[in-house]
Design a protein around this ligand. Structure first.
Ligand code: ATP
Ligand code: FE
Length: 356
């Protein structure tokens, strides 16, 4: 099976071709990602209207490039897969309409993919992980523990009740005058810092379950910074490194402890080859990875971290999720709707229609 995937739900326009022949490992024949960071940098966040326009301008070029890099033509494909949500609706619509146009022109089936399912199925693309496995999705917009039972069947064990960790890293960087994206700059600062100097909270660890909270951490950090400013008139390089290290350690501790609880729930299913996998940009953080590796070693559950380019937004994961859905006979038609919200544990995309 060879599928073209399209992704345009946030600020990356992407197209990719993935092939899977029975008995072989899946092959990523091409994966094109066109970012929009510079278009939004002046606004301090992604501007939906600007993102939607840029997707509309770049999608067909990305498709052309992905096909060319794969050395294929549209007629060599078996289906067109596209992110149908969740995400910024203008971007999702741009992708869905492009995919519908391609499907009409070629007669190929259309497969609407949940963006989060794309992230969650990545370990199957990269490592052939078998169901059921445990997944930690941790990015700028998301943070949740999921058990993947099948291409369209996920159980959500818990997630953040406020900010996602990536968002907290970005806000922390802003509070400390560090460049965006905040994750890598906070991590770099933290290397020289003492994680124990500031006693930052570990929110919700006193509560059972896998829910998390990260917005209080940022508030606590702000309070520590302001105390230093009042006492000394500013913060030193050392203070900043210690604040970054303290913040990062708090996030890592929370994720590790909640991972222990998620693993306990997951192991109750008696998986034959237990796996915990990560996806999302925050999975790049080495302190967080190390904390999760420790938990993995403690519990005997294998830890899988796909290559970073497949952890952040890309279309190879959408093409792969498309292959899995296509194979289970789960395709869509012209009624495929673009959905701004689409929780992962809620099954297939609904039909397009008013009042739904
Ligand atoms: P989503 O894909 O869930 O809608 P997104 O596009 O913001 O959200 P990603 O592209 O997966 O998410 O990841 C970007 C986020 O990851 C940013 O918030 C960034 O700060 C964070 N991040 C990147 N590298 C690191 C790192 N080394 N440490 C911590 N956070 C990081
Ligand atoms: Fe994403």
């Amino acid at each position: 099976i060879t599928i073209l995937g399209l992704e345009s739900s946030c600020d990356d326009t992407a197209a990719a071709v993935v092939r899977h022949r029975p008995g072989h490992d899946p092959e990523i024949l091409s994966s094109v990602v066109a970012g929009q960071t510079e278009l939004h940098s002046a606004y301090g966040g992604v501007v939906p209207e600007i993102a939607a326009r840029a997707h509309t301008e770049k999608l067909d070029l990305c498709v052309e490039e992905a096909l060319e890099a794969a050395g294929l033509r549209l007629r060599d494909l078996d289906a067109i897969a596209v992110t149908a949500g969740p995400g910024l609706i203008g971007g999702v619509l741009a992708g869905v309409m492009t995919a519908k146009g391609l499907a009409v022109a070629t007669g190929l089936p259309l497969v609407g993919v949940n963006h989060l399912a794309g992230h969650a199925l990545t370990p199957r693309l990269t490592d052939g992980t078998s169901y059921p496995y445990l997944m930690l999705l941790v990015s700028g917009g998301h943070c949740q523990f999921l058990i993947a039972h099948g291409p369209d069947r996920f159980t959500r064990l818990g997630g953040t009740i406020d900010d996602a960790p990536g968002e907290a890293f970005d806000k922390t960087a802003r509070l400390l005058g560090l460049p965006q994206p905040g994750g890598p700059s906070v991590e770099t600062e933290a290397r020289a810092g003492d994680p124990k100097r500031f006693r930052l909270p570990r929110p919700l660890l006193d509560r059972p379950g896998c829910d998390m909270s990260f917005s209080g951490l940022k508030t606590a950090l702000l309070r520590e910074r302001d105390k230093l400013v009042t006492a000394q008139g500013g913060i030193t390089v050392k203070d900043r490194a210690d604040l970054c290290a303290g913040f990062q350690a708090a996030v890592a501790d929370v994720l590790a402890e909640k991972a222990r609880r998620a693993i306990a729930e997951y192991l109750a299913l008696s998986p034959t080859e237990p796996v915990i996998a990560v996806a999302g940009g925050v999975a790049a953080n080495s302190a967080i990875r190390a904390a999760l590796e420790t938990v993995s070693a403690e519990t005997g559950v294998r830890f899988i971290a796909p290559p970073l380019a497949l952890c952040t937004d890309n279309a190879a994961m959408i093409a792969w999720a498309g292959i899995e859905k296509f194979r289970s006979g789960d395709t869509d038609d012209m009624t495929l709707a673009a959905r701004p919200r689409w929780p992962l544990d809620q099954g297939a995309a609904p039909m397009l229609g008013f009042g739904k």
